[in-house]
Design a protein around this ligand. Structure first.
Ligand code: 13P
Length: 255
């Protein structure tokens, strides 16, 4: 499976700033063929602008969507609107949406299935808080979030390349402290087991990305680990230069 290096820009960048960073990444990929896939999750307002940047192995996505075609859902956007901007992916279940916007597993599962049904590919984010980790609930939390996010039977027939999981321990997001290799490896191993029990052999082919304080300096040690098939990068993806450094490392670990 191809390593995925993904950027989550969260609520950063105006349209022109986003277009500029996406253009730098696209130019780099145009000149330097990389073995990994690169994905950028941009803010809604910039989706149309970033999608104009094309390069081999480069795709774009939104950070959220609402599970309905259209209607009275003030402030929300549908999968069709994301596709219409030229983007193919969406994130679901990010811990910031779980925590700040109170999204639960049932809603995240509904969004994941709706997005897939309507032609988007989905990266489901899961991860435990520090309290849950300290209470020995790592497996229980990951399993609950994974099975909740992937609950819909529709997913049984989905192509593995339209689905990905990002393991993002909440305590490592935006803190500058990434998970230690042994902690990341344990969590990724649990997720792989759960994916296989959910999907059978297809569970072997779903990429599992690590996210949480990824930087150029720690990318290699994370990508070396078993079952780490890519990285989801927040802060260090905002500058094209540091994101490109991570892409270069990702290309070395393309399996
Ligand atoms: P940081 O890389 O800034 O810790 O953010 C991680 C993240 O939440 C990506 O989705």
């Amino acid at each position: 499976m191809k390593t995925i290096i993904a950027a989550n820009w969260k609520m950063h960048k105006t349209r022109s700033e986003a277009a500029q960073t996406a253009a730098s990444v696209a130019t780099f990929l145009g000149k330097n063929p990389m073995q990994c896939s690169v994905l950028i999750f941009a803010p809604f307002t910039a989706l149309g602008d970033v999608a104009e940047q094309t390069a081999p192995n480069l795709a774009f996505g939104a950070q959220n969507m609402y599970p309905a075609d259209h209607g009275a859902y003030t402030g929300e956007i549908s999968p069709d609107m994301i596709l219409d901007c030229g983007c193919q992916w969406v994130l679901t279940g990010h811990s910031e949406r779980r925590r700040i916007f109170r999204e639960d597993d049932a809603f995240i599962g509904k969004k994941t299935a709706f997005a897939l049904r309507n032609g988007l590919s989905v990266m489901l984010c899961i991860g435990e808080t520090l309290e849950e980790r300290r209470a020995g609930q790592l497996r229980a939390v990951l399993s609950r979030q994974l099975l909740g996010g992937f609950a819909d039977p529709l997913l049984n027939d989905v192509q593995p390349d339209r689905l990905a999981v990002a393991y993002e321990p909440v305590w490592a997001i935006g803190t500058g402290v990434s998970a230690k290799p042994e902690d990341a490896m344990e969590a990724h191993g649990i997720i792989r087991e759960e994916l296989i029990s959910r999907f059978g052999s297809k569970g072997q082919d779903l990429p599992i990305l690590y996210g949480g304080s990824v930087k150029p300096e720690n990318s290699e040690e994370l990508l070396k680990l078993d079952n780490v098939n890519g990285l989801l990068v927040g802060g260090a993806s905002l500058e094209a230069e540091s994101f490109i450094r991570i892409i270069r490392i990702g290309s070395e670990y393309a399996s």
